[in-house]
Design a protein. Sequence first.
Length: 185
Amino acid sequence: MESLRSSPHFDWISPQLAVGGHVPVDFYGELAGTHGIRAVVDLRAEDRDDETLLTHHGVRLLHLPTPDMCSVDDAHLDHGLRFAEAAMEAGEHVLIHCQWGIGRSATLALCLLVARGMPPLQALADMKSRRAVVSPSPAQLGCWIAWMERHRGVAPAAFAVPTMAQCQRIAYAHLGGGATGTGTA
């Protein structure tokens, strides 16, 4: 991950996964060239990336329109996970974004990290440490918890589904209260 630098628009959560806010059209060339991103998931309902221009730069786009502050629906989560997983399995870098990179994008990225074997609270704490603005809304945290309930027997590693309170302690630590950590205390 040292060779990959973050941009004003996103942060690297893992060597292949970036999470962030909207990417201006004039940044598409750098997105592909400098950062090596080949797959983008755009979760905004209020806007949409320019698929033609992204394709021109060698980047595939999956648009999963989700209203701001709302949970990502099950079909979108499943489609987004398949798209991102396939890209990562092919060794590609993936950007998952919404308007600000706070909730919708974090929700899908958290599902992806857990699907790839990371314990849930570690995934949230790691993401929060790499992108401090990550703060999924209660509806989005509930969506992630519900996704984990449905998939805990399918993920590569067994995991305990955290409570809403455990998730909120980490996600909202910046509001003054808890330190970011595993949320197990």
